[in-house]
Write a new protein. Structure first.
Length: 371
């Protein structure tokens, strides 16, 4: 398959917009669950829920209008690997301090720590590729229940039925928790949270940002492809490897060869361009608001950045996919594998928050109380 310049331009625009918006709302999946568990802060979680609702309706409209079909929905093999990969990815991103998208937009803001996380994740992608055949492949295949994956869009129902039912249920729960006036007030606040020039304002309401990301992702689904981060990152790692050791090293690897099967050669395609421009978009947003700064990490954070990044890279290939692919593309496409992956990610985050972050704090508080 050869890529036209139009696809590269589209990818650059989509990536820039994602990076700009993610930075403006400080939108990170791991923080949404971590903050909710540790301090009962639901700000980012509310954004994730709005993003899910928007993606569900967006994918439903795309299928209902015939712009896309169920065959275009992103589905992956269904089974225990989804849960295992999700748990490991949840542990890795919490340990590293940022999810797949959070790592990229923070790298664009000048955080050296997240450039290290990203480099480690790319190394983890390659590590998985080189243990895939035969070891990882033989370990993952027995966990597979359904090779082709499964989407609820395969049900003989009008495409919008299930998305509308789910979103109405979500709205009903929100109204029950906050009251109808509170629900409407939340919508109003998300649209009027402006203090000055929006492009120079350091923070946008996360609910508005989530809605905009969901709309842009739907347009990308219709015009170009499903939204993904770690798949393209694996190809970027493969291109870097080819630059160092030649194309044969990449094409001779079973896993990497399959990733470049539709490419004319080992090189960057539109999806990889999107990932690069996501970082550029975040950089532009942070520069406009005056928040861009080269920030060196504490040495004590380096083991977590490297270890967490490596685990993210390996586990994103097991699951497969990161939070962006599974929250937007997977849930939007009613993919059952993505539901399992997200459950696994939440379990992984809970494990780290409860047993790595909270336990030392609890022990310290007990010592303080004693003495």
């Amino acid at each position: 398959m050869s890529f036209t310049i139009d696809f590269f331009i589209l990818a650059a625009v989509f990536g820039f917009l994602y990076g700009f918006l993610l930075q403006k709302a400080d939108f990170c999946f791991v923080a949404s669950v971590r903050d909710w568990i540790s301090v009962k802060d639901t700000r980012i979680m509310n954004g994730v829920l709005v993003l899910i609702a928007t993606s569900l309706l967006g994918w439903g409209i795309a299928l209902a209008t015939g712009m896309k079909s169920a065959a275009d929905v992103w589905t992956v093999p269904l089974g225990g690997a989804n849960l295992l990969g999700g748990i490991l990815f949840g542990i890795g991103m919490t340990w590293a301090g940022g999810c797949g998208s959070g790592t990229l937009y923070r790298a664009g803001m000048g955080y050296v720590q997240f450039w290290i996380v990203l480099a480690a994740a790319l190394a983890g992608n390659l590590l998985f590729a080189f243990i895939y055949d035969p070891w990882a492949k033989n370990a993952i295949e027995p966990l597979t229940v359904l090779d082709g994956g499964y989407t609820l869009y395969d049900w003989p129902l009008p495409a919008l039925v299930i998305p509308i039912v789910i979103v109405v249920l979500m709205v009903g729960i929100a109204v029950y928790l906050h009251g109808f006036k509170g629900f409407l007030q939340g919508i109003k606040e998300s649209l009027t949270d402006w203090e000055r020039n929006p492009f120079r304002q350091s923070h946008w309401d996360i609910r508005l940002v989530a809605f905009l990301i969901g709309v842009i992702a739907t347009i990308q689904f219709v015009a170009m492809s499903n939204v993904g981060i770690t798949g393209p990152e694996t190809r970027i790692a493969g291109v870097a490897l080819a630059q160092l050791f030649g194309d044969d090293v990449v094409l001779g690897n079973t896993y990497l060869n399959a990733l470049f099967a539709e490419f004319p050669r080992v090189g960057l395609g539109p999806e990889e361009t999107l990932v690069i421009f996501l970082v550029i978009g975040s950089m532009a947003a942070s520069m406009l608001s005056g928040s861009f700064k080269i920030r060196k990490p504490r040495l004590s954070r380096l083991p977590a950045a490297i270890g967490g990044g490596l685990l993210m890279g390996v586990s994103s290939r097991i699951a497969p996919g990161c939070n962006i692919a599974n929250v937007i593309t997977g849930i939007g496409g009613l993919s059952l594998s993505s539901v399992i992956v997200l459950i696994g990610m939440i379990i992984g985050i809970v494990i780290v928050v409860a047993f790595v972050f909270k336990m030392p704090l609890m022990l310290f508080q007990r010592e303080e109380a004693r003495g």
